[in-house]
Design a protein around this ligand. Structure first.
Ligand code: HEC
Length: 211
């Protein structure tokens, strides 16, 4: 392949080439092809530098300094989406069956675990083993028989005189349902923690694999 650069040679192909035009030619020539030394059009240059600076700023913002992370907002969107699906599955309201079904949805239970972590562990311990509030993993229940709807009642309305907040005032119904279903998955784990309080019940439900 012939590929010679006759740099320096400025013998123009056309003898008539004007000196002015010649001055704007670049000093290389490939296979007899020469090019003018014209600047890039302004619009092109603006787009070029514009995208260069945008890309740099984008990279720094999202990947280096990790501000307003795309993956976080994606996770939030997915959470909302899963809740909508779960809400549809729950139908008109919380029942023993709908809550049980919710506790089988492992993605929803993962969300619920984080609600439990932010809202409940300061009183019930990181694993629900009890702290200020009772152990939620044993077979003893102060309120009801440890059925999902019993738990739903306590979580929604609280036991204000004993320091258990009424979560129905602070959380959306769906969030209450989620965290109740999550507490359902803790039943029967019998983790060592706060000693049993209330009445012993016959195993309220087999522990479900959701949590
Ligand atoms: C500020 C402390 C506190 C927080 C936060 C708290 N609880 Fe409680 N919880 C209590 C106390 C205290 C009791 C016991 C009430 C009683 O003695 O009647 C209780 C009772 C319960 C019971 C009934 C237990 C039983 O044996 O009948 C459930 C279920 C429960 N909490 C779930 C939750 C969930 C779910 C959350 C988070 C959304 C939560 N709690 C957050 C203090 C708290």
């Amino acid at each position: 392949m012939e590929h010679e650069s006759k740099s320096g040679t400025s013998s123009p192909p056309a003898a008539a080439a004007a000196t002015a035009a010649e001055a704007e030619l670049t000093d290389h020539e490939y296979d007899g092809i020469q090019e003018y030394d014209n600047p890039m059009p302004r619009w092109w240059v603006l787009i070029f530098w514009g995208s260069f600076y945008f890309a740099t700023a984008y990279f720094l913002w999202f990947h280096v300094y990790d501000k307003g992370s795309v993956s976080e907002s994606y996770a939030a969107d997915m959470r909302t989406f899963r809740e909508e699906i779960a809400a549809r599955e729950m139908g008109s309201g919380a029942t023993e069956e709908s809550l049980a079904k919710l506790s089988e949805n492992s993605a929803v239970m993962a969300d619920a675990a984080s609600v439990f972590t932010t809202r409940c562990i300061q009183c019930h311990g990181p694993k629900g083993e009890g702290l200020i509030g009772p152990n939620l993993t044993d077979d003893h229940w102060i309120h009801g028989q440890g059925k999902l709807m019993d738990i739903h009642g306590v979580v929604k309305d609280g036991v204000l005189t004993k320091g258990m907040p009424a979560w129905g005032r602070q959380l959306q119904p769906m969030e209450v349902a989620k965290v109740v279903a999550y507490v359902g998955t803790l039943r029967g784990k019998n983790l060592p923690g706060k000693p049993p309080e209330g009445q012993k019940v016959v195993a309220a439900a087999p522990p479900s694999p959701g949590g």
